[in-house]
Ligand binder design. Structure first.
Ligand code: GLA
Length: 352
């Protein structure tokens, strides 16, 4: 056992012995500050996953669909829309009076190849792709008009250097594909909040790129309600300074800032060091990391409307499968048995 582990164990024991009442739920604790959400998978919103169900209803007042509203799920073939699962997702949110998010309309990933091709496998022209985008957005946003309250209209349009990603959308339509996506969404539901969403927005180059992107849309009078900082993080990245700098810079654009896909990867590289459970020192480091992020969020609660975790319990997180399949990751506030972790306990005490 290292000294760090020993110290962490000591702190852990002291912490567990300290008399404290159970605080929570999250949505109540932060009710005056921001909404607290989670991305749900199909087993959760169809209520098959009974273990998570109580937790979801108790802790969260906003939900995002992990996969069911992505293009490949909801519109797998040109003539086929499949709303089976997305209808259930929206019904679940309404039944539990949650703020329902739609994710995502225009993205380079999880979008079928047919979208960009003609019947012979050749790349389509600008007009064809714009028409397909219009049909997709009008059909989906229109179907849930007034029910899905906010949409990630464009996801991940930026490269790491802050320039526009060379996606098929950009190559075929040009940079105004962003304008068009927002315009179509606004036409389909004029009351819906519309978001630009991306990862690594805490890095300087991408922060600057996002500012330019939003400013460009604003110059063209495109309605953008908020920017979504996804918030996929690890134990060292981003720094709280980087995070805070981005929140402040984005708020100066006169838009809201949401944290939309929060999780903290505790593994690095390809190994699977904690298959049986996290060491106490890493458990504590994770908790402290969450606390430091929440302190930043609270300082900017005037512009932050929502903090959404990408998943409910560690068992469901995509980080068990990415970047390497089959690891045992611990990125969220609830463990594999849907029990609150030390990170949860510490986040619930962040305001006291
Ligand atoms: C991105 C997407 C999400 C999800 C996560 C990882 O951040 O926006 O929909 O796919 O990656 O699962």
């Amino acid at each position: 056992m290292t000294i760090a582990d020993l110290l962490a164990r000591l702190l852990f024991v002291l912490y567990s012995l300290w008399p404290h009442e159970h605080k929570g739920p999250l949505k109540e604790l932060f009710k005056e500050d921001f909404m607290i959400g989670a991305a749900l998978n199909a087993k959760q919103f169809t209520e098959e996953d009974k273990e998570s169900l109580g937790l979801i209803k108790e802790q969260f007042n906003t939900i995002s669909p992990e996969n069911v509203l992505k293009w490949e799920s909801v519109h797998p073939k040109k003539e086929i829309y499949d709303f089976g699962m997305s209808d259930k997702y929206v019904e679940f949110g309404e039944k539990n009076t949650m703020f329902i998010i739609g994710h995502t309309l225009v993205w380079h990933s999880q979008t079928p190849a047919w979208v960009f091709e003609d019947g012979q496998g050749h790349v389509v022209d600008r007009e064809t792709l714009l028409e397909r985008m219009r049909d997709h957005i009008h059909t989906i946003v229109g179907r849930y008009k007034g029910r899905i309250k906010g949409w990630d209209v464009v996801n991940e349009a930026l490269d790491e250097d802050g320039t526009l990603r060379q996606s098929p959308w950009l190559k075929i339509i040009g940079p105004d594909y962003l304008d068009k996506a927002f315009e179509f969404a606004h036409e389909a539901d004029p009351d819906a909040e519309l978001y630009y969403n991306d990862y690594n927005l805490e890095s300087e180059a991408k922060r600057d790129g996002a500012i330019k992107l939003i400013q460009r849309l604003q110059t063209h009078h495109i309605p953008v309600t908020a920017i979504g900082i996804q918030g996929h993080s690890n134990l060292t990245w981003p720094s709280t300074e980087q995070l805070e700098k981005s929140i402040v810079a984005f708020s100066k654009l006169g838009i809201q800032v949401n944290i939309t896909e929060l999780d903290i990867d505790v593994l690095s590289g390809s190994s699977d060091p904690y298959p049986q459970g996290l060491s106490e020192s890493v458990q504590l480091a994770l908790a402290q990391r969450y606390v430091s992020f929440f302190r930043v969020y609270l300082r900017h609660k005037d512009v932050i409307k929502r903090i959404t975790f990408w998943g409910v319990t560690d068992k469901d997180s995509w980080l068990n499968y990415w970047p390497i399949e089959g690891r045992t990751n611990y990125p969220l506030l609830f463990d594999r048995n849907a029990q609150p972790k030390q990170a949860y306990q510490m986040v619930t005490r962040v305001k006291s």
